[in-house]
Design a binder for this molecule. Sequence first.
Ligand SMILES: Cc1ncc(COP(=O)(O)O)c(C=O)c1O
Length: 466
Amino acid sequence: MKPGYKTIYEQYRHSITSGLLKPGDKVPSVRVLASELGVARKTVETAWAILVGEGYLVSQGARGTRVNPDLSLGGEKKNLPTAQNGDLPLSMAETLRDQSGFLRLGIPSLDAFPYKKWLLLSGKAVRSMQPVEMTNPPLMGYAPLREAIAHYVNISRGLSCSADQIFITSGYNHNLRLILSALGKPDDKVLFEDPGYYFGQQTLKRIASNLHFAPVDNHGLKVDYIQQYHRDARFVFVTPSHQSPLAVTLSLPRKQQLLDWAQQNESWIIEDDYDGEFHYTRKVLPALKSLDTQDRVIYMGTFSKTVMPALRISYLVMPRACVAQFRETGEQTESGQPVLTQKILAAFMGEGHFFRHLKKMRTLYSQRRKTMLAALEQVYPGMFNIEVSDGGMHIIALLRTSTQDVRLAQIWQQHQLQVSPLSRWYNQNPKRYGLIMGYTNVRSAQEAIALLQRPAQETRALLSVE
Ligand SMILES: Cc1ncc(COP(=O)(O)O)c(C=O)c1O
């Protein structure tokens, strides 16, 4: 059977990522390869166009087409295509390939990570390991990192906490378990946003026996609903800066209403500030915690969006009155986080690289978002409704009339576009339907268009049938 464009594309992509074809190597001309394979020129042209769009190949006019010379290893300028994890060496990219794909949610721009700097700091951190740092890691985290985080959240997120309120953890699930075991009882009522962070719901469904959902509208979590139906809730999980997934901001009156309710009921608000750093059209808003005069908010931050998810470093800001409770729980259930990564991150923050990186990412994300929005309109004119929010790291393309977002997401996933169907993030009706897509690793308009065109035929067929 004659190969289609997809087979040719995949074979060449594999040859490049496996190192069989090296940066700068020439690939056959369209004419030569088409005649060799006995296929139409158009077939080869399509495969080449996608590989060019994704950055694997560069077309040099009369001089032919080559493997992108910028794919060389090492150094900050190295430029591997997104699905192969940006700035990482090829061998690592290969092992990550199973889980990779395009348009993934919540992955920072890996091609823009200051890899050289990180390498330098890593070397320093290893060389400076003291014997005492090789014993048991400190339960609540490496002291210089706790200091650096306290400094950062006070300056950037408007908090006023001290380093001894910081508890370093390994991520969202760790935070949930730690909070509930330090402050909760088995049948405490827990409230979660609807729609809400998909993976958070999955975890809570397993560990919280009395879990309920409260709706979200354009002003964020509906606090009236809580007051009406769940006054007795003990924990409320909320994403006030950019609601996950709708990306709306919790309005100031609702923030106040929520804080007042928590104060009156002695309930805990858990603020998940997972990507609060990324606002593009106005100044970054201070966290809800910055308004919390009664210390009812437990603040959760993560480096997954600002540095990289694989780091597995996140943190809690504990209310002052609860530090001892967290410590006592921690002594029984925790064993601390790896010191080495904490050391590297502490230096990254302490030397100002973190702030610089954030600033750079804000500009980059704002550009990439624009590019992606334009590409969506170009490839799918009028097919989606997009409510552009002020920030965040994803776009929601709402279906106009169809409710088939699960089917549509499956189609896109078959083309390695790892989008998520919005309706799956809801527990109650009414639901909204659409595709949630990350754009932070889409590096050019050309790439955005090439990616979006992959499922275009099937998408049009599905949506026009409705
Ligand atoms: C809403 C939300 N909260 C928290 C996180 C961070 O999770 P973690 O720190 O475990 O990587 C994410 C990451 O995807 C998220 O989307």
